[in-house]
Design a protein around this ligand. Structure first.
Ligand SMILES: [Zn+2]
Length: 112
């Protein structure tokens, strides 16, 4: 079965600019339904995906909510989760899904 972790991060609606904490699912680190926030350190040593200790890596994350709760404007679906030395640093809208498709995995080394 595909286990994953969840990142709780603030998403800003592109239409009405309402900000709300939403869930982003990703598969990196020990994937066992752990819940993280920006600034947290990933856990390793179980159902591990990826590699620990990388200088900088981006991990594909998928937003659970489909749209803004205020105006119903559709949310962007795919996010890059930036992780540096196992600390979750930030999220960005994923602009290059091809990077992941090229290596057929959910994580992509930026700096080893
Ligand atoms: Zn909205």
């Amino acid at each position: 079965m595909g286990m994953f972790n969840t990142l709780f991060a603030e998403i800003t609606c592109e239409n009405c600019h309402h900000r709300q904490v939403e869930q982003i699912q990703f598969k990196f680190g020990d994937t066992w339904l752990f819940e993280y926030r920006i600034g947290d350190r990933l856990q390793w040593g179980g159902n591990d995906k990826g590699r620990p200790g990388l200088s900088m890596v981006k991990v594909l994350g998928c937003l659970v909510a489909k749209c803004c709760t205020v105006c119903r404007h559709p949310y962007h679906y795919d996010y890059d989760i930036i992780i540096s030395h196992d600390i979750i640093k930030s999220i960005n809208k994923a602009t290059s899904i091809a990077d992941y498709l090229a290596i057929e995995d959910d994580w992509c080394i930026i700096t080893e």
